[in-house]
Ligand binder design. Structure first.
Ligand SMILES: [Zn+2]
Length: 133
């Protein structure tokens, strides 16, 4: 069964996100890397339409946006990437949500940058990590 795609932010039929909501999203500000990490980059500011898109993936299972987010994350990585991985969600959240949204974005980002994808970081912060040379 095929279901029509709708924008996770505004529910308009069509791509996820729709052009209007994608245009309302702002790039993430430059952030200092966490301790032990050489550099980091983020795709979207966690505000407005960008926040809604990510929140609806995380909390409402709106997976239609995964391709958009993964492609965007692959595009913000400017260094050569050896492997992509992610910090997994907790077992309780995995049971409650039924999927690990960071793992889903990570595996798709790994495909987008045509490098390996390796699960296995320890839990610490939720996100996707590209390991660069
Ligand atoms: Zn929209």
């Amino acid at each position: 069964m095929l279901l029509p795609t709708t924008c996770p932010v505004c529910a308009a039929p069509g791509p996820a996100p729709c052009a209007g909501c994608a245009g309302d999203m702002r790039p993430a500000p430059a952030l200092p890397p966490p301790a032990g990490v050489e550099s980091c980059a983020a795709l979207l500011a966690y505000a407005g339409a960008g926040r809604e898109l990510v929140a609806r993936l995380k909390y409402r299972n709106a997976r239609a946006s995964v391709r958009f987010l993964a492609r965007g994350m692959a595009d913000v990585v400017t260094e050569e990437v050896d492997v992509v991985t992610w910090a997994p969600t907790t077992p309780a959240r995995l049971r409650a949500r039924g999927f690990d949204q960071a793992g889903l974005r990570g595996s798709r980002s790994g495909e987008a940058v045509t490098c390996g994808f390796v699960p296995g970081l320890a839990r610490g912060w939720g996100g996707v990590v590209a390991l660069c040379r």
